[in-house]
Design a protein around this ligand. Structure first.
Ligand code: PGA
Length: 263
């Protein structure tokens, strides 16, 4: 696991955007796992700019979003499809048929969730999975106590997640209680994982995920089992890390060795 402590969220978004654009230049048919929420917006803005100003081509890219609320229509202002359309898809030349969300409506949802896993495999698997993290440590909507081996399925949201997201609903009765989400096992299948976390509200979840024992109670801690995961943090979200000086030194050494072409 790599931990990069940035001076702020802008530097973090720059790093993540650069990783995606480098990967895209090597593989035009990149398969991206995408996250919603306030955290990835800076990356999406930069990808749109890269398309508009530098002509970066997304026409062969495939995307798989992490999660989607159930019982919210696709065009609902709080649906994650609406969010993605607004912040990314409307600004790049991605083909509509290359955009995928976990199934969230209709009958036989459990079966459709398994088919969704199949679609990810048929696309060749996720190359880069973007993640945020909830203040309770959830990744996607894999809430605390989610199986570390879980696959795409329906999850009931915890009180904490409902409270964190209640600001988006004027009428509390409209707030969905359940969502479909890629599982922790699905996320761990991605070739590379970039988790961004900014602000002090995330400090406890970051500490538990990076330095705590692996536990379903802090789903982010499952990422310790992944061979290519990077946590991109700001000073506030990194504040509780015992190893923070080590992470800073290790980043500086990495930069030095890359400059000297050693790695
Ligand atoms: P946020 O949400 O980016 O809005 O903080 C992250 C999450 O809950 O996974």
């Amino acid at each position: 696991m790599q931990v990069v402590v940035c001076k702020d969220a802008c530097e973090g978004a720059e790093i993540v955007t650069r990783e995606i654009l480098n990967a895209l230049s090597r593989k035009p048919g990149l398969v991206l796992g995408l996250a919603t929420g306030s955290t990835p917006i800076g990356v999406y803005e930069r990808l749109v700019t890269a398309h508009r100003e530098d002509g970066v081509d997304f026409s062969s890219v495939q995307t798989f979003n992490l999660d989607e609320y159930c019982e919210l229509a696709a065009g609902h202002p709080q649906s994650y499809r609406t969010f993605m359309q607004k912040h990314l898809f409307s600004g790049i030349n991605i083909a509509g048929e290359n955009i995928h969300f976990p199934p969230n409506e209709g009958p036989a949802l459990a079966e459709k969730c398994l088919q969704h896993e199949e679609e990810i495999s048929q696309a060749g698997g996720i190359d880069i999975q973007l993640l945020g993290i909830g203040s309770n440590g959830h990744i996607g909507f894999n809430e605390p106590t989610s199986s570390l081996a879980s696959r795409t399925r329906i999850k009931t949201l915890t009180e904490k997640t409902l409270r964190d997201n209640s600001r988006f609903y004027e009428d509390p009765a409209q707030q969905p209680q359940v969502a479909s989400t890629l599982g922790i096992g699905t996320i761990l299948d991605a070739r590379s994982i970039l988790l961004q976390a900014y602000g002090e509200k995330k400090a406890e979840a970051v500490k538990a995920s990076v330095e705590g024992p692996i536990s379903s109670f802090w789903p982010g801690s499952a990422l310790q089992m992944h061979a290519d995961t990077t946590f991109i943090l700001d000073e506030d979200s990194a504040a509780q890390l015992e190893m923070i000086d080590y992470f800073r030194r290790s980043r500086a050494e990495g930069i030095r060795m890359r400059e000297e072409n050693t790695i």
